[in-house]
Each structure stands twice: as structure tokens, then as C-alpha cells.
Write a protein that binds this ligand. Sequence first.
Ligand SMILES: *Cc1c(COP(=O)(O)O)cnc(C)c1O
Length: 227
Amino acid sequence: MSIKDNLEKIQSSFVNPDCQLVSVSKTKPLELLMEAYEAGVRDFGENKVQELQWKQPEMPSDVRWHMIGHLQRNKVKYIAPYVALIHGVDSERLLKEINKQGAKVERKIPVLLQMHIAEEESKFGFDRDEVLSLLKSDEFSELQNIEVKGLMGMATNTTDQDQIRKEFKGLKSLFDEIKALGNPKLSSFDELSMGMSGDYTIAQEEGSTMVRIGSAIFGPRNYPTKE
Ligand SMILES: *Cc1c(COP(=O)(O)O)cnc(C)c1O
């Protein structure tokens, strides 16, 4: 199966055909990214700043780069000029740093707030109360150089489909609750980034607008990763 075949197979299996596909190319060489590009992919997801930094100048300029991994504050400045969407914003301090770097490059940087929905301790993210108090705070309303486009979450890594569905359902319900706040700062709060190779169908059934798919497109990952 070629990358093009994989993409067609995935797209045709979408229960929501309008769901945005982000092709997760972390650890993959440029030849494979180009193969995906030639098959029509423009949205690429990477989880390491260092890897984004060397791939971005090598790929065509109409690629939209998604930072999907954990982002350290001291690295925001490197990607601020070009990043299309930062999926993993998991603290107020990180959000403020993105705002600061956005101001420097005169951009309003699109971000998603990452919610902790999985059972594992290790996954990053806000919990419900934290995110609601952040979004209602005066400090948040003063951040001029970020645009909060929605939420992102990763389900528990389990074969228990009911568990995964329950976590996605919870995230969708929080998303709806935030949208209903009617906060003018959240006028483009429309994206729910949930679902990966193993669980994107459940995610779409539960309201995902954006799925991040890697191994089902590019094959199993090549380790070790950089950084
Ligand atoms: C690697 C990664 C993905 C893609 O995972 P696959 O199972 O290969 O589809 C999605 N989201 C995040 C945050 C990732 O780090």
C-alpha cells in the first residue's frame, strides 16, 4: 500500500467527511512527506520543535504545520513565525508565552487547549475547572496575539472502545459548554481535535472536527526520534 492508497482508504472511511485530516509525519523522512504532499496533503503534524524546524524550510511553502506535541515555553519562539495551529497548549504560562511571541512576529497564533481526558497520569492537559476559570479570567481576555480555536484531547491507550468513547464524549460536552459561554474572545472556537490512527472513527462519531493520523498513513514509526 502506498501513502496515496492509505490516504484514500482513510478518507473514504470517514463517518464525517468534513473532518479535517492532519497527517502526522513525525520521525518520517522528507521523501515520505513529499509523497503525501503530492497526494494532496497540506496539513502536517509534528511533535518536536527541532524536527519542525528542519522540515519546514525543506517543504513547499503552502504546507500548514501543526505542532501536536508537548511544547516547551522556551521553544515557542522558533515556530511562532509560521506554525498554523498549536494543538497542545496545556498551561496558562505556555499560552502567555505564545501570546508574547505572537506579538513579536505580529501574528495572532491559532491554538487549541489540550484537555486531560485519559486515565493515564502521564498525559498532559488542563482539567475542566482549570480551563473554565482560565477562559473566564480577565487575563485571558487581554491576550491579543492568540486565537483559541478549540480543544484537543487524547484518549487512554486501551482496546476498551467504551472507555475511549466515554472520554471523547466528555470532551465534546466540555467543548459545547465552552462554546455556550458566548465569550466574544471565543468567536472562532470551532475545532475539536480528537482521534488518531486507532480511534478516529469513534472520535468522529463523538463530534471530532479534526483527526491527527500518523501510522495509518505513513506506517509504523521509525525510532529513535530526534531530540
Ligand atoms: C503521534 C501522535 C498522533 C498520531 O498517532 P498515530 O497513532 O500514529 O496515528 C496523534 N496525536 C499526537 C498528539 C501524537 O503525538
